[in-house]
Write a protein that binds this ligand. Structure first.
Ligand SMILES: Cc1cc2nc3c(=O)[nH]c(=O)nc-3n(C[C@H](O)[C@H](O)[C@H](O)COP(=O)(O)OP(=O)(O)OC[C@H]3O[C@@H](n4cnc5c(N)ncnc54)[C@H](O)[C@@H]3O)c2cc1C
Length: 396
């Protein structure tokens, strides 16, 4: 019986454990935290968008990875397989209006409970409070535990240590130095699916901090995303911003600033809007005109005033054009620890076709710790589960 050590009890590691168990391996799972899958549980707090129901080819195009290895894994264990797998754990799913797939209960905890019970029944052992530190001189795995240092050997080691955000949930990226010291190429971490900083005026913050800007269309790098975002003390964050983060990050890296085009009224055609603005009562104040004729709410009017320094254009056609494409200047990314996910990590060149580290035979890497990127929408969890499935099944 092959002994497989899985380090990191997030979704990628747990799925690798399940697949290895099914293939008859003896499986031990280790995690630094006092309990497993804390980030997965946190994802459940916002509904657990576990995958997406869109067309397969579009689904696969969401991933940024240098070759077809990730796409092949997601093709083998993608949205349909995930829904079936959840049903096998007694968790029903539904497709939201945006095509995103959620568990009916909108939580991760029932799924995790059923999953851990099945893994335990299958013979996997889970060792929490085991912080992996690397290898000793003889190649044994080294852990810090409450009982002191522990050394262990395994026939195969699957690292599923996560990215470098939300360190309080366990994903601190500290593993990068351990692997780099063994000659593994690591791409620098970068925040992904993250908020961005904006130099808001004190007036804007005093009136609008925490306000949601609803029903807008955001455009960056040629991609448009509809949805909402939130004005924060530091800048902007949430839903519609996250999917554009790769494009915005690239623009920021090039020029130190990025422009996000905000269509404040995506369902209103520009000509019709200009006509409405032109027909407004001459006696109306500028903000009354925006409220009544353009039907903008207070936070959208505040945004328009912020960008135009309190002087929105008077000409109806110019004003309509601006409302349809308001250029908001972003000055940077929000701190990495607040990002939903991180780009960067173990370079694909450091891995062979089975995701084994070329520099450390018998050791594999899966999940967010590998250098791929994807927007929110269920793509992150799908890829983590698919990688776990592929590598776990390979280690029988
Ligand atoms: C607020 C929030 C909401 C999210 N919502 C969604 C969503 O709806 N849909 C979606 O697809 N994705 C979502 N994500 C992202 C998703 O949760 C992650 O991409 C996913 O959990 C990554 O899985 P992983 O198994 O690779 O790593 P992780 O889940 O990060 O797990 C890594 C594990 O490794 C352990 N570990 C790290 N270092 C060590 C060490 N040295 N020794 C031992 N153990 C160690 C950690 O304690 C942790 O348990 C969300 C993330 C956040 C923060």
């Amino acid at each position: 019986m092959k002994r497989v050590a899985i380090i990191g009890a997030g979704p990628a590691g747990l799925m690798a454990a399940e697949a290895a168990l099914e293939r008859g391996a003896r499986v031990a799972i280790y995690d630094a935290m006092p309990s497993p899958a804390r980030k997965f549980l946190m994802a459940g707090k916002s509904g657990l968008n576990i995958t997406h129901s869109e067309d397969e080819a579009i689904f696969r195009s969401r991933y940024t990875a240098p070759d077809g290895r990730l796409a092949a894994m997601v093709e083998a264990f993608g949205p349909e397989e995930i829904v079936r797998w959840m049903a096998g754990l007694g968790i029903e799913t539904y497709v939201g209006s945006s095509g995103r797939v959620f568990p009916v209960g909108m939580k991760a905890s029932p799924l995790l409970r059923a999953w851990l019970a099945r893994l335990g029944k299958g013979g996997a052992t889970l060792h929490t409070r085991h912080r992996w530190k690397g290898w000793d001189g003889n190649g044994a795995l080294l852990f810090d535990t409450p009982e002191g240092e522990v050394r262990l050997t395994a026939d195969a080691t699957i690292l599923a240590l996560g990215g470098a955000s939300w360190r309080r949930l366990g994903s601190d990226g500290a593993w990068a130095d351990i692997l780099a010291a063994r000659g593994v190429e690591i791409e620098p971490f970068a925040p992904s699916n993250c908020g961005f900083t904006v130099d808001w005026s004190t007036r804007m913050l005093a009136a609008q901090e925490g306000a949601p800007v609803k029903g807008v269309a955001l455009t960056a790098g040629g991609r448009t995303q509809r949805g909402d975002f939130v004005i924060t003390r530091a800048g902007i964050e949430s839903g519609a911003v996250y999917p554009l983060s790769a494009a915005l990050r690239q623009e920021l890296a090039g020029s130190g600033a990025a422009t996000l085009l905000v269509d404040l009224l995506p369902d209103t055609e520009e000509g019709a809007l200009a006509a409405r603005l032109g027909g407004a009562q001459a006696k109306d104040s500028a903000s009354n005109r925006l409220r009544k004729a353009a039907r903008l709410d207070a936070v959208k009017i505040a945004l328009l005033n912020e960008v135009t320094k309190g002087a929105p254009p008077k000409d109806p056609a110019t004003l309509a054009r601006l409302i349809k494409a308001l250029p908001l200047t972003l000055t940077g990314t929000a701190p990495m620890d607040t990002a939903i996910s991180t780009a960067g990590g173990v370079a694909w060149d450091a891995l062979d076709d089975r995701l084994m580290l070329k520099a450390i035979p018998g050791t594999y890497c899966i999940g967010e710790m590998v250098a791929w990127d994807a927007p929110t929408g269920g793509y992150l969890l799908t890829a983590c589960l698919a990688m776990g499935r592929a590598v776990g099944a390979d280690n029988r």
